[in-house]
Design a protein around this ligand. Structure first.
Ligand code: NAG
Ligand code: NAG
Ligand code: NAG
Ligand code: NAG
Ligand code: NAG
Ligand code: NAG
Ligand code: NAG
Ligand code: NAG
Ligand code: NAG
Length: 792
């Protein structure tokens, strides 16, 4: 009891200290900081128009940014400047600090420096946000050490200079603020230009590259290279570009932004209205921008906006990013006789010609194209009625617009021609924020002695009686296993979940009367908390799990968050008792349901997909790379809608990314029947062990057969009976359908979508390859399943 009292004391001291250190909202002075964890930690300009602080850009990912204070809703903010657009920071413990030496730094959780101004000053310094939207680091003597106006992202504000050293770089998409492919800058000829610098091609597109600059009203003669937009909407550049916005005059809020579609626009807004109006843009036809949709795809201008689509026979390479373009679905060697051409009307692919051949008939152009081993050819009748032929080596810069008079003839396997001869599907170039950016950084586990050092340092900072008291605490704790005790207090502060008392949980479970499961070193009971929430409480076997292991589990799960992952609500560590409190799953585990009629094929497919998503998250996406190491039907729980949630991290392992050959895996983990061969052959353990176990679980769902059936004791080969059986049936079967008939679970036989079940079985077989390099990653599994889902 004493221990927890002291850790509470400790915690409250830490909390009150951090409140003291936190700053006001007018200016930031030396030694203070803005914390990502406090939404109210925001600098506001005196006129209230601008705010600077942490802005969420994705799941647990934040950027330090300046934005227009209105509209107040965080989802509708308009960013003006971002310090760390390509390196978002964690939503916990990240800070923008003005150090004592005058250096303004942005640190991620765990002290990683993400961004700094590198300034030094012995005198007093303040960080202020001006009425103009300029964030300024200024000394008492009014000397400006640093200002945000000197480093732009994609926007300049009125009276902010665009110079030779500043360059606007577009955002990746309206919802992804990281650096995109378009830049607006003064080039070597002193001319303000727009450039697309993509994955495969780079091209200047404005002013049009085929017009000499003076014809576009520009001059290379003036090398001062400055441009400025004033508050009334008049823009003037040293290269002669000058314009007045459509609503020229004072009183408005204005900005000039290089948008993610590659166009430069001036926007203005009345103080009170929510929406920005375009009052000038560099060009009105988006056709001038090359490469937006990537190779082998078409950019289509529809009234609703820009859409991208793959050309027939091709598929998107990266489902969420058009800049990768599309790849062929077929194999076509160059001298293959079986090819044909598909006509795409009003379609133009710009550049990459293998030559220009005037006055060619369609037939001779086809022959020519085949001779050159082309990807297709452009065929165009010019105004004097002559047919010209342009064979293409690659299909880039594609667009379709009714105003284009020519056609593209696409080379495809002859057999597939009729298949692809249908209207092109319009897919939107659309990043509406459905897909959220994930924080992509690795965190070192905070070492316990580091924490101790922090605590000691902290004790020194707290004066007088408190200090003595504190040392008494430390000594007391030292005798009682410091690391664990402090760790608990720390955990409580860092993660949101609740620490329960043993008595509370004993009451909730009515003295541990209703057992609902066993596994992972403990028994699980059903309980009802005092706030009427139904929970699953896992009571760990005291002998099996030491304090360190327990805290590892708690801290691991505390940091994870995924819809297909069991959610932990709290824990208890009192004396010898170790308990974990989870959300309760109505339908128990997958193992309980495998023989239930309720588990139809659709649910099985969804369970396989959800589980794969969760494992992909654990392996690849979350802050700490986690191997589950014990994927089995008992650990996949089902909620009231039969949505799967992966549970039980008793045996899980944190891993550095690419952390092969981890020697700490000295003992075999997992459950027989689901264990990858690496365990047996003592090979390095990687995330592919989970892939293997997952494959077995999916096979079990498809066939209804347990991998354990008929397995006698001992011997690793017997474990793979189920796999061997499925493979045998596959090799023996004449068709896919007859194979499925043989292996499918009798429970769902005749009541399933054969192609979906085939996909499941095929994916599962790939997951259980003996050679771990042959197995797909979990994200590839997700993709394979999703691809199939979309086909239907
Ligand atoms: C954001 O702006 C849009 C368009 O102005 C508006 O429809 C929407 O309600 C706003 N959202 C919020 C959360 O304020
Ligand atoms: C400011 O902080 C950054 C990040 O720690 C560091 O790289 C840089 O050297 C510092 N600059 C000065 C002048 O202290
Ligand atoms: C160059 O441009 C700047 C800014 O527009 C202007 O002040 C200056 O007079 C120009 N110089 C010449 C030689 O035209
Ligand atoms: C795609 O968009 C274009 C332009 O709006 C339209 O003409 C065409 O019918 C659309 N195609 C499909 C399949 O919707
Ligand atoms: C194309 O060829 C590769 C390698 O030869 C093969 O793996 C793949 O299945 C083929 N794809 C199609 C669609 O035939
Ligand atoms: C049409 O193409 C032919 C062949 O290249 C060329 O001689 C002729 O001038 C072109 N006509 C026009 C109007 O461009
Ligand atoms: C185009 O080719 C046809 C047939 O070869 C020829 O009669 C005609 O004169 C050519 N036209 C031009 C403009 O070269
Ligand atoms: C963007 O995509 C989302 C979901 O994919 C869809 O709901 C939304 O309507 C799309 N927006 C546009 C403008 O196409
Ligand atoms: C945002 O863009 C960056 C850089 O191109 C990319 O790494 C990141 O994955 C993108 N985020 C999303 C959610 O697409």
């Amino acid at each position: 009891m004493g221990m927890s009292f002291f850790s509470l004391l400790l915690l409250s001291l830490v909390l009150s200290f951090s409140q003291l250190a936190s700053s006001t909202s007018q200016a930031l002075s030396k030694g203070s900081y803005l914390s990502v964890e406090k939404p109210e930690d925001v600098l506001v300009s005196p006129n209230g128009q601008f705010s600077a602080g942490f802005h969420p850009v994705g799941d647990n990912a934040y950027c330090f940014a300046i934005w227009f204070s209105k509209p107040p809703d965080v989802r509708n903010r308009t960013m003006v400047w971002i310090a760390n657009r390509d390196e978002p920071v964690n939503g916990k413990r990240s800070k923008l600090s003005l150090l004592k030496n005058g250096n303004l730094t942005l640190t991620d959780a765990d002290k990683l420096q993400v961004w700094a101004t590198g300034t030094v000053s012995v005198s007093s310094v303040q960080l202020q946000l001006y009425d103009t939207g300029n964030l300024v680091l200024i000394t008492l003597e009014r000397v400006i050490l640093w200002q945000s106006f000197d480093s732009v992202t994609d926007t300049i504000l009125p009276n902010q200079l665009l110079t030779q050293s500043t360059k606007l770089v577009s955002s990746r998409s309206p919802s992804n603020y990281s650096s995109g492919f378009y830049t607006f800058f003064f080039d070597n000829d002193n001319v303000l230009r727009l450039l697309y610098d993509g994955r495969e091609i780079s091209s200047a597109y404005w002013p049009p590259p085929w017009t000499v600059s003076w014809k576009a009203g520009r001059t290379p003669a003036n090398n001062s290279r400055i441009a400025i937009l004033d508050s009334s909407g008049h823009f003037q550049s040293s290269d002669g570009l000058e314009f007045w916005s459509a609503d020229y005059g004072e009183k408005l809020q204005r900005r000039l932004t290089l948008d993610s579609d590659g166009n430069v626009r001036v926007y203005s807004r009345e103080e009170e209205t929510e929406t920005w109006a375009v009052t000038w843009q560099a060009f009105s036809s988006p056709g001038v921008i090359h490469g937006v949709c990537g190779p082998n795809s078409l950019c289509i201008y529809a009234p609703t906006g820009l859409t991208c689509s793959c050309i027939p026979g091709y598929k998107m390479i990266n489902r969420i990013d058009w800049s990768y373009g599309c790849e062929p679905e077929f194999n076509l060697s160059c001298n293959d006789g079986q090819v044909g051409f598909l006509k795409l009307a009003h379609v133009e692919f710009y550049g990459y010609d293998l030559g220009f051949f005037p006055n060619y008939t369609l037939e001779s152009c086809k022959k020519l194209c085949l001779h050159f081993c082309c990807a297709g050819f452009q065929y165009k009748t010019n105004t004097s009625g002559i047919n010209n032929c342009f064979p293409k080596s690659s299909l880039l810069n594609g667009q379709r617009s009714p105003s284009f008079g020519g056609d593209l003839y696409l080379k495809l396997p002859e057999a597939a021609l009729s298949l692809y001869d249908k209207p092109i599907e319009n897919l939107s170039l659309n990043c509406s924020g459905e897909i959220r950016q994930q924080l992509d950084r690795k965190y070192m586990k905070r070492r316990k002695n580091e924490l101790l050092r922090f605590m000691l340092w902290f004790a020194c900072a707290v004066g007088g009686v408190e200090m003595i008291c504190f040392f008494l605490v430390m000594c007391f704790l030292a005798r009682n296993q410091i690391p664990g005790a402090i760790m608990q207090g720390y955990l409580l502060a860092a993660t949101g979940f609740k620490k329960f008392t043993y008595a509370e949980l004993k009451k909730a479970t009515r003295n541990f009367s209703e057992e609902i499961g066993r596994g992972g070193g403990g028994v699980v009971y059903k309980g009802i908390l005092s706030d009427h929430r139904v929970v699953a409480i896992k009571r760990l076997n005291e002998a099996n799990q030491g304090e360190a292991e327990f805290l590892a589990e708690v801290s691991t799960i505390g940091k994870l968050n995924h819809m297909n992952l069991i959610e932990m609500w709290g824990y208890c560590a009192e004396g010898k008792h170790r308990l974990l409190v989870y959300e309760y799953m109505e339908h128990g585990s997958l193992a309980d349901n495998l023989s239930s009629v309720a588990l139809d094929w659709e649910k099985r497919f969804e369970i396989a997909l959800g589980t794969a998503k969760c494992l992909a998250y654990l392996h690849e996406e979350c802050l700490e790379w986690v191997l589950h190491c014990d994927v089995k039907p008992q650990n996949i729980l089902l909620d009231s809608n039969y949505h799967p949630k992966v549970a039980d991290f008793g045996l899980s392992k944190l891993l550095n990314r690419g952390g092969l050959n981890d020697s700490s895996f000295s003992t075999i983990r997992g459950t027989r029947g689901y264990m990858a061969p690496e365990w047996v052959f003592n090979l390095p353990i990687t995330s592919k062990v989970d892939v293997y176990s997952y494959g077995i679980v999916v096979l079990e769902m498809v066939t209804g057969k347990s991998p354990m059936t008929g397995v006698e004791s001992g011997g690793d080969m017997e474990q793979r009976r189920l796999v061997a059986w499925v493979r045998e049936k596959m090799n023996g079967a004449a068709t896919m359908a007859s194979w499925m008939e043989e292996i499918i679970d009798p429970m769902i036989e005749g009541k399933h979508d054969t192609s979906k079940m085939e996909t499941l079985a095929a994916v599962a077989l790939r997951c259980v390859e003996e050679d771990r390099d042959e197995r797909p990653t979990m994200s590839q599994v997700v993709e394979m399943l999703l691809r199939h889902e979309n086909d239907h």
